[in-house]
Write a protein that binds this ligand. Structure first.
Ligand SMILES: Nc1ncnc2c1ncn2[C@@H]1O[C@H](COP(=O)(O)OP(=O)(O)OP(=O)(O)O)[C@@H](O)[C@H]1O
Ligand SMILES: [Mg+2]
Length: 392
């Protein structure tokens, strides 16, 4: 990996320290002293990581946008003061990460190592939409109660899987009022409705033009742009859609409305896992119980994983109550954090990206790992020993 830095006078000492720390790990950091030099010399290559620190001389987000336009293959990471950090603009400018400035040498080097892994994985995964070589896993997120956090969980789970190097597609089956696109600040022109009308009904299956790439490794298929269009989409379309997507993605995540309509039932039937989102209030719990009973009748119960969202008593008694009422184990608990959840929703950036260190993001990331079969304890031990036996 080629690491480049657009430097200024104030960065000099820090850069020297970082260069020395990176060189101990066999990495090399080059500096450009001016923007002209950068634009002149920056190689437009996939293995280049450019660090852009903010500077009163320019708007770092505008600069990032310009450089990503001129050098589309380069990965850019931004350094910005805490009170100026703007994830929405960073994403729009196609930065791959936004780090708080000032930063310690250790955390910078650690971040560079993590980013390198992400970039390498992305290079492997960034093949074009490519059919017939996968058998993706289908995960549908449900709850017959509105507002419990299905969309929040789907969106952040998709982003977390993407960060873990999985190729993910998130399908918005909340066909009337879906808000997956808005959660990623995406403005779709083509949706599942256009796919049905333009492709499916003409006996074509091409999906690529209808998917929107939103974050690293993650694409979405948006819900129709108007509620009245929803009724054109039927179970047979969902079935075909899932079959197509399974061939091209590692994971197909499906967000649903709070109703067991035909399209949702087809998705549930074709799912490998069903995440039943519940909460610690009686109406939701009552609803979840009916849901479990219904899934039992439909022979879907085996696939259910119960997730408590907006959990306000981690370690308390209430999760036990959920297990007693549903007669099922609780698979994961996601804490209640209204501020982070709403901020992320309004900014159009999943909190696993914008607030990666918050307990909320950590739990969703842990859930993604658990669904991927990664035990957090084992991972911790592996990382610990990996550090001692590092070879390069
Ligand atoms: N863990 C959480 N902590 C606090 N607030 C949360 C959490 N998860 C979701 N929310 C908030 O709850 C509200 C509803 O979330 P969301 O839209 O994800 O629910 P939903 O189940 O998809 O709703 P609907 O059934 O209407 O589609 C949003 O304002 C969201 O920000
Ligand atoms: Mg929703």
């Amino acid at each position: 990996m080629n690491i480049k830095w657009l430097s200024s006078v104030i960065d000099q000492n820090l850069i020297a320290e970082i260069q020395s720390a990176l060189s101990q790990n066999g990495r090399h950091l080059d500096c450009y002293k001016s923007l002209e030099e950068l634009e002149d010399k920056l190689p437009n290559k996939e293995d280049v990581l450019l660090v852009l620190p903010s500077n009163p001389a320019y708007d770092v987000y505008e600069l990032c946008e310009r450089i990503s336009f001129l050098f589309p293959l380069v990965s850019i990471v931004l350094l910005e003061a805490k009170d100026q950090m703007d994830w929405k603009r960073a994403m729009q400018a196609k930065a791959i990460d936004l780090l708080e400035w000032p930063i310690s040498v250790d955390s910078f080097v650690q971040t560079i190592e993590d980013l390198e892994k992400r970039i390498v994985t992305r290079l492997i995964k960034l093949q074009p939409y490519n059919k017939a070589h996968k058998d993706g896993k289908v995960i549908t997120v449900v709850s017959t109660k509105g507002g419990v956090g299905k969309t929040t969980t789907s969106v952040n789970l998709a982003a977390a899987f993407g960060l873990q190097g999985k190729r993910v597609v998130l399908v918005d089956l909340d066909l009337q009022f879906g808000d997956v696109a808005i959660s990623f600040n995406a403005k779709p022109k083509k949706t599942i409705y256009e796919w049905v009308k333009q492709e499916y009904e003409n006996e074509n299956s091409g999906l690529q033009d209808y998917l929107i790439s939103v974050t690293e490794n993650v694409a979405i298929l948006a819900a129709p742009l108007r509620p009245e269009l929803a009724e054109s989409i039927e179970g047979e379309h969902v079935s075909q859609l899932i079959a197509e997507l399974k061939q091209a993605y590692d994971l197909i995540i499906i967000d649903t409305p709070p109703l067991l309509v035909e399209t949702v039932l087809v998705a549930l039937d074709l799912s490998d896992e069903i995440l039943l989102i519940t909460a610690l209030d009686l109406p939701t719990l009552k609803n979840s119980k009916i849901c479990v009973e219904t899934f039992d009748l439909l022979k879907l119960k085996e696939k259910i994983k119960v997730i408590i969202n907006k959990d306000s008593q981690i370690g308390g008694l209430m999760a036990k109550n959920v297990e007693q009422v549903l007669n099922m184990p609780v698979y994961a608990r996601i804490p209640s954090d209204f501020k982070t959840a709403v901020f992320s929703l309004n900014s159009g950036v999943p909190f696993v990206l914008s607030h990666a260190k918050s307990p909320l993001a950590k739990q969703v990331t842990a859930l993604a790992k658990k669904l991927n079969g990664i035990d957090p304890l084992e991972e911790k031990q592996r990382k610990f020993w990996g550090r001692w036996f590092k070879t390069s």
